[in-house]
Design a binder for this molecule. Structure first.
Ligand code: ACO
Ligand code: OAA
Length: 381
């Protein structure tokens, strides 16, 4: 029954087209996955534009001119600081709270301070402004909380730095090398959007009731957290560490598969041959490992990929991003929040597209329970 359609029932909604979209497209061509944002191939975007340009493309429909990019950057930088109530709550939430739970709460709180909070849910311009502020503020909130959780003083945003470098500096206290900035920026571009994945779908369902944009993003953050989706990048790192040496890879993978365990960072609902983002990220991993003069994790990752690949499961985006973030000195618990701070551009673009061409998202269930039951007196049940 798993994944097999029957009489209009598609388990997991596999293959179902629920919405038309002009934001991104995924196809398999010549045995490889192809991904485009608004008609631009992901390979071109990752090598030629930074996160801000990709986010502008997703939200506004085309790549920015130099003037548009300058204005967009100014708006993002002006929105980086956190409102007082959120700063207070970030200091008060229990230290044990997971960063994704804190991020979910942060987005919810940001709704109350947004200057457009009273705008109609259908106000396109207000929704774009809300989205831009969320892009800026989610990054600051993640870094701010991480510093507090580590017992360190938060580092304020630096107006001289772009989104990627500023975030790394707010977390680690250091301005990254140019190669590190480029790799991290590239990963944000690659994570920014991916059609009707589960978290984007959750955002679209939420706003399809004409709820507000922030509610859609709260739903998306909660959905991304799960280990079958965005949470897989943290699990992928744990897998790599558990294997621990190239020589153990083959037996470790065989054992896990024999126990029917899920190998995190492998497999995909849509890409059955290759995830193009994983191919690009693997190159960044190699470059940064070379810059650091330590290819230990590359040497462990390779035989794992080969062994899992024999089962027809290609690596997905979360497999190489895990070790890339390790190389960049990013704490493990931030891997999934970073996915969220990149994906907010795609979530918002989809939520706005949904609202602009709305039809309530409401599928049907196929009832398989008992029928025609009589209600007996409570003492006779
Ligand atoms: C950014 C992202 O969200 S990318 C995905 C991140 N998630 C992961 O990396 C988690 C690991 N991967 C998985 O769990 C899956 O591949 C998913 C959830 C991503 C896709 O799931 P589906 O579309 O339902 O998988 P699909 O129909 O292709 O495969 C089903 C079978 O393949 C096998 N399979 C698929 N992925 C894996 C995996 N990673 N490890 C082991 N077996 C797997 C399973 O045997 C499954 O059969 P089951 O019903 O006995 O469990
Ligand atoms: O598309 C999916 O199902 C999951 C994914 O790769 C993403 O959200 O980036």
């Amino acid at each position: 029954m798993n994944g097999v359609a029957q009489d209009g029932y598609y388990p997991g909604l596999e293959g179902v087209i629920s919405s038309q979209t002009a934001i991104s497209n995924i196809v398999e061509r010549d045995g490889a996955g192809v991904l485009e944002y608004r008609g631009y191939r992901i390979e071109d975007l990752a090598s030629r534009v930074g996160y801000e340009e990709a986010a502008f493309l997703l939200l506004h429909g085309d790549l920015p001119t130099r003037l548009q990019l300058g204005d967009f950057n100014e708006r993002l930088r002006a929105a980086r600081d956190l409102p007082g109530p959120l700063i207070r709550v970030l200091g008060e939430l229990p230290g044990s709270a997971s960063p994704m739970d804190v991020l979910r709460t942060s987005v919810s709180l940001l709704a109350h301070d947004d200057p457009d909070r009273d705008a109609a849910a259908t106000d396109h311009a207000a929704n774009v402004r809300k989205a831009e502020r969320l892009i800026a503020r989610m990054a600051t909130a993640i870094a701010y909380r991480e510093r507090l959780a580590s017992g360190l003083a938060p580092i304020p945003p630096d107006d001289r730095l772009g989104h990627a470098a500023n975030f790394l500096r707010m977390v680690t206290g250091e301005v990254p090398s140019e190669a590190m900035r480029r790799a991290f920026d590239g990963s944000l571009v690659l994570y920014a959007e991916h059609e009707l994945n589960a978290s984007t779908f959750a955002a679209r369902v939420t706003v399809s009731t004409l709820s507000d944009l922030h509610s859609g993003i709260v739903a998306a953050v909660g959905t991304l957290k799960g280990t079958l989706h965005g949470g897989a990048n943290e699990e992928a790192w744990k897998l790599l560490e558990a294997v621990g040496s190239p020589g153990r890879a083959e037996a470790w993978v065989a054992g896990a598969l024999a126990r029917h365990e899920r190998l995190m960072g492998f497999g995909h609902r849509v890409y059955k041959k290759s995830d193009p983002r994983a191919v690009i990220l693997k190159e960044y991993c190699r470059e940064i490992a070379a810059e650091k003069g330590d290819d230990r994790w590359e040497r462990i990752a390779e035989p794992i990929e080969v062994a899992v690949g024999r089962k027809g499961l290609p690596p997905n985006v979360d497999w190489p991003s895990a070790r890339l973030y390790h190389y960049l000195g990013i704490p493990l618990r931030l891997y999934t929040p970073i996915f969220a701070m990149a994906r907010v551009a795609g979530w918002a673009a989809h939520a706005i597209e949904q609202i602009d061409h709305n039809r309530l998202l409401r599928p049907r269930g196929r009832y398989i329970g008992p029928t025609h039951r009589g209600v007996s007196e409570i003492d006779r049940r």
